[in-house]
Design a protein around this ligand. Structure first.
Ligand code: SF4
Length: 73
């Protein structure tokens, strides 16, 4: 899992921080900062909730190739 944010869409509501405070930080003024762009599996549910509830849909997940599968190019 890799998280991306469209800073043009983010309006700093802080919903994502409420859902996943270890992953997102939202300053009082400004847009979200992603503290941990590649969170561990125990954070995935919270991150998905944050993405679902973000009112401006500024957040998205880019699924990285799963390195644990051992595929090399
Ligand atoms: S919930 Fe969405 S709009 Fe609100 S701070 Fe997070 S990314 Fe920005």
């Amino acid at each position: 899992m890799r998280i991306e944010v469209d800073a043009d869409l983010c309006q700093g509501h802080g919903v994502c921080q409420d859902e996943a405070p270890t992953v997102f930080t939202v300053p009082k003024r400004g847009t979200v900062e992603i503290v941990d762009p590649s969170p561990g599996a125990d954070e995935h549910a919270a991150v998905r909730a944050a993405i679902r509830y973000c009112p401006t849909r500024a957040l998205s997940i880019t699924d990285e190739p799963d390195s644990s599968k051992g595929t090399h190019r």
